[in-house]
Design a protein around this ligand. Structure first.
Ligand code: XIL
Length: 319
């Protein structure tokens, strides 16, 4: 009864989710035990990315996603699909396309195959991932470079055609504070809604650094919830400087991290349009942080022995 998903439900019909790796389901019983007892929403960390699902044209590999969807069904968890249009983890056969007509065909085929297969299994889908630069302009990627800004509307419409009940999101980082990027995202959102585009949510990735987590997450969420959009937190982790064996570098950063988890969970609970929080993996050994942000780590709720840390208990407390 103190499980995180139970508390999140009680706290107001929220889910408490996590990203996972499908192969852990096969060979890591401790991992599965925590997943099944604590979380009721799952995001495939990499399994649905273009390079994994359609590495070469027309050759689809659904094995990872199938495992995840089966696991979610077993426990009644929801699944968040992730993602379609992104500047990363997209194979060269797609990023080298220069003809707009051909690129739209490729996009439609991919969406029909991937979203069509899971149209009754996924509650949410991050259709467009990280479309904006820090100054609010569009990021360079094959979609924007070949199709212009209309790629976002096009992708949303293709997805909605094949899965009319799925909630479709744009997902990004550094929009968790009121700044040039989140303001541009709000302008983009309003524009899409004015055109009746099927946009239902703006995902707040929420990859934070202990001590510098924004204090105005609620104000930034309102930029979107005031438009009628949901504002899920989609990839929460709070990284801190660590020692060589992934321990907090000192007590100050450890305390800041705990406070930041409290702030983050509270921000979601404070907005009726935030359906839940997903963390980006739950145990430090499978976190993406140490590999990408040198010197940082210990960003999650469980340690290397899969024991709950102070961050776990503060999330429990916040819920
Ligand atoms: C990351 C994964 O965690 C890594 O395993 C992978 O190597 C790179 O991508 N924003 C996103 C996620 O939307 O898809 C990224 O996931 C983290 C940043």
């Amino acid at each position: 009864k103190d499980a995180l998903d139970y508390l999140a439900n009680k706290a107001g019909k929220r889910y408490l989710g996590t990203a996972i790796q499908s192969y852990q389901l096969v060979n890591n019983p401790q991992y599965v035990q925590i997943l099944e007892s604590q979380f009721d929403a799952i995001t495939p960390e990499n399994e649905m990315k273009w390079e994994v699902v359609e590495p070469t044209e027309g050759n689809f590999d659904f094995s990872g996603t199938d495992k995840i969807v089966a696991e979610a069904k077993k426990t009644g968890s929801i699944v968040r699909g992730h993602n379609i249009c992104w500047d990363s983890q997209t194979p060269a056969w797609v990023t080298s396309i220069t003809d707009p007509k051909r690129l739209k065909e490729v996009l439609k085929n991919h969406i029909d195959a991937v979203i069509g297969r899971y149209k009754d299994d996924l509650a949410y889908f991050d259709i467009v991932n990280e479309p904006l630069n820090e100054n609010g302009t569009y990021k360079s990627n094959v979609w924007y470079n070949v199709l212009g800004e209309s790629y976002i509307e096009t992708a949303l419409r293709y997805a909605h055609e094949v899965a009319p009940n799925m909630k479709l999101c744009i997902n990004d980082y550094n929009i968790e504070t009121v700044n040039a990027k989140s303001k541009a995202m709000a302008v983009l959102s309003a524009k899409l809604l004015a055109k009746n585009a099927p946009l239902h949510c703006i995902g707040f990735e929420s990859h934070f650094i202990g001590g510098s987590t924004p204090k105005d997450i609620p104000a930034s969420m309102r930029q979107f919830s005031d438009l009628g959009l949901e504002v899920p937190m989609t990839e929460l982790d709070v990284r801190i400087p660590v020692t060589a064996n992934d321990q907090p570098a000192n007590a100050t950063v450890a305390k800041a991290q705990v406070d930041d988890y409290y702030t983050s969970i509270s921000a979601c609970l404070g907005n009726d349009m935030c359906p839940g929080v997903s963390i980006w993996q739950f145990a430090d050994p499978t976190s993406w942080i140490p590999g990408v942000f040198k010197g940082y780590g210990a960003a999650l709720l469980y340690d290397a022995e899969y024991q709950p840390k102070s961050t776990y208990y503060v999330v429990q407390q916040a819920l």
